[in-house]
Design a protein around this ligand. Sequence first.
Ligand SMILES: O=C(O)CCC(=O)C(=O)O
Ligand SMILES: [Fe+2]
Length: 340
Amino acid sequence: MSPTTVPDSRIAIIDFAPFLNGSNKREVADAILESFKDIGFVYLLNHGIPQERVTQMFGMSKTFFAQPMEIKQLAPHPPSGTHQRGYSAPGREKVTQHVYDPDAIAAHRAQAPDVKESFSCGRENDTVMPNIWLPDGVLPDFKETCLDFFWLCHEIGLKILRALALGFGLDEEYFLKYHTTADNELALLHYPSVSTVALANESVARIGPHSDFGSITLLLQDDVGGLEVEDPLVAGSFRPAPPVPGALVVNAGDFMMRWSNDAIRSTIHRVRAPPGTASAGHEEMTPERYSIPYFCCADFDTTVDCIPGTWSDNENEGRPKKYEPISAKEYIMKRLAAIY
Ligand SMILES: O=C(O)CCC(=O)C(=O)O
Ligand SMILES: [Fe+2]
């Protein structure tokens, strides 16, 4: 099967239904792995998240961000990046790409703030990063809607991980043993309307270039656009990953790259002004944008090591392991600490 690709982006659009209903698992698995190897991203149609649940989650996200700042600050993200929960005001968080030196992080942050606000949550019984909710009675349905959506995304994530294992010729359940506790993060993102000129001349950013830290990310975006993915053939050059109605964007994170010994790309991506903003009558202000990423992570108490078949210690085959085994928790904490 050679799936359709999104114009200009190289990213395949794949119907996930034959995997979910079992009618043609193999072909879907191969196509997803192929796109992950090529560009690290895929669009899935019929992904299993009902449209009404997507609409409900976006609606709740808009209601949350429309609250006055003093209400949102009732669920404040703690000062440390390693407790990635609760509300972060615009400019608070700034993604980095493997910059860990405190002075270098400060210099990077001073360049251009990421003008986005966010709310993050995880599973309820997490003692490493406990959830931070609004007080009882403030936006009564918010917590339940987030948690229901969290577990729905967890289920869909596991199905995609099944497909990836099958693509690698492994037992379909191979990755499931690394994803039993749901050490995942649901993030609601709001990019407020900003000056189109400031965005274009990079004095402000929406989200700067970064790779995701976890196994896979499920990303829902509204119809504004602006997501861009690094071209696998031309480092530093980006291609658009525009919204496709009904599709779920799925991208591989750093763990998938390490598991696959670099066969899969954990591709750098960013969010900029949507294409054609000025010509669409938004000369002064770029429209606001909402997105909902769900980061599936390996359980914090697991170790991520290259999977069978992706490496060989026979020197003649020239496929050594490129990565040392790493504790999932240590890796996530190291990268989270550098964004706050
Ligand atoms: O808002 C988006 O479309 C992308 C967000 C993203 O890449 C992230 O939060 O890691
Ligand atoms: Fe990302």
